[in-house]
Ligand binder design. Structure first.
Ligand SMILES: Nc1nc2c(ncn2[C@@H]2O[C@H](COP(=O)(O)OP(=O)(O)OP(=O)(O)O)[C@@H](O)[C@H]2O)c(=O)[nH]1
Ligand SMILES: [Mg+2]
Length: 373
């Protein structure tokens, strides 16, 4: 995918280099979408607590860290009040560090969604873990996210304990108990607290449901109290440090995650080969890279049906994101074993560039089209 893509979307030179592929399949789709531009609004259910407009500004980075599938990306979206990061029921959905920026009054929250901390099986997995632990080390505040099951059992999963171990001791850490909508007997949550508190001196413990956006206002208030005083890190009208093209690639990957199973989704990478904004239409060419030739047929589907469905759904969401009609051209390529090949990982957007949030005015990428709140 186009992590930190280097130049203006108007320039074809800014396209990520294409990986070599023995064959290509295409699905083009540019039918009109009456809902275009709706997606630019923050949801009306977004946290809307009035924040001070006077006094010293507060600003800082807040890393969302935890094992895969606990709901970090869902929580990021709930805090921002908009669907920025892709989510899925597959573990290891998030592969990059993605900044989501929320400016309320004099306070700016720079949330860093991170990949789930896990036992890596390849270079990609190692990079993902490095991004998570690096973000935790660099951030001002860490939200350590765990999920509670329907029984709210007080046992700590070893994988949770390991992920917490990766968070530096000196960080203010807020323990977020997510998915409380699944717990029928809420009083049981109290039994969970002593077990976790024995692991670390948490700055606060906040039970919530990211999916239902229940408890996010309280979490924002807690975080605000932990943020350092300082000027805002980003312009107020910015929602992410990533350019639009990054999110378009993610939308395509999200469709693949939704429609495929087992090892297929884990072996898929998505790159933007061309991104051209015209007056009334944005032309985008995307490559879906699969790790095995046999996976190519699965993504294309019978008579090209699967690829067409992926293209249509991703295009509709891209149109809402960009606020303009989109012509999306999706190709499928086989790039064997890309997740263990250092050079291929760089080609596919998984180089070292995603490790740190790009600050205001830093580098050429700032000239790329941005998502506005
Ligand atoms: N019931 C319930 N499900 C949730 C909640 N938050 C997230 N989920 C679900 O949990 C699954 C994983 O959510 P993600 O937000 O993708 O999890 P993640 O921690 O970002 O996962 P990785 O990116 O793989 O590390 C999805 O199916 C979500 O819909 C919640 O509050 N309640
Ligand atoms: Mg995620």
């Amino acid at each position: 995918m186009a992590a930190g893509a280097p130049s203006s979307p108007r320039s074809p030179k800014g396209a990520r280099p294409r990986a070599a592929a023995p064959a290509e399949a295409r699905a083009a789709d540019a039918s009109p979408n009456p809902n275009a531009s709706k997606g630019k609004q923050r949801s009306p259910t977004a946290p809307a607590r009035a924040r001070p407009t006077k006094g010293r500004p507060r600003s800082g980075t807040i890393a969302l860290v935890g094992r895969p599938n606990v709901g970090k990306s869902t929580l990021l979206n709930a805090l921002l009040g908009t669907r920025l990061a892709i989510t899925s029921h597959h573990p290891q959905t998030t592969r990059d560090r993605i900044a989501g920026i929320l400016t309320e009054g004099r306070t700016q929250f720079v949330f860093l969604d991170t990949p789930g901390v896990h036992t890596p099986k390849n270079r990609l997995g190692q990079r993902m873990n490095d991004l998570a632990t690096g973000s935790a080390a660099d951030a001002d505040v860490v939200l350590f996210v765990v999920d509670v099951g329907p029984d709210a059992t007080p046992e700590i999963r070893p994988a949770d304990a390991e992920a917490l171990h990766a968070v530096p001791e000196d960080k203010p850490v807020v323990l977020v108990l997510n998915k409380i909508d699944r717990v029928a007997e809420k009083a049981k949550l109290l039994d969970v607290l002593p077990t976790y508190s024995a692991l670390r001196d948490f700055a606060a413990v906040v039970p919530l449901s990211a999916k239902k956006r229940d408890g996010t206002k309280r979490l924002l208030a807690v975080i605000e109290g932990l943020l350092p005083e300082g000027e805002h890190l980003y312009p107020e009208d910015e929602l992410s440090d990533r350019p639009v093209r990054f999110f378009v690639a993610e939308l395509v990957r999200e469709q693949v995650l939704m429609r495929t199973r087992q090892e297929v989704p884990h072996g898929v990478a998505v790159t933007v080969d061309a991104y051209e904004e015209r007056k009334k239409l944005t032309h985008i060419t995307i490559s879906v890279h699969v790790a095995k030739e046999s996976h190519k047929g699965i993504i294309i589907g019978q008579g090209g049906k699967m690829l067409a469905a992926i293209g249509t759904a991703a295009r509709e969401r891209a149109e809402r994101l960009i606020g303009q009609k989109v012509h999306l051209d999706v190709r499928v390529k086989t790039t064997p074993g890309w997740f263990d090949d250092a050079a291929r990982l760089v080609d596919l957007g998984y180089g070292d560039d995603g490790a740190k949030p790009k600050k205001r005015g830093a580098g050429k990428a700032r000239t790329e089209q941005r998502i506005k709140p």
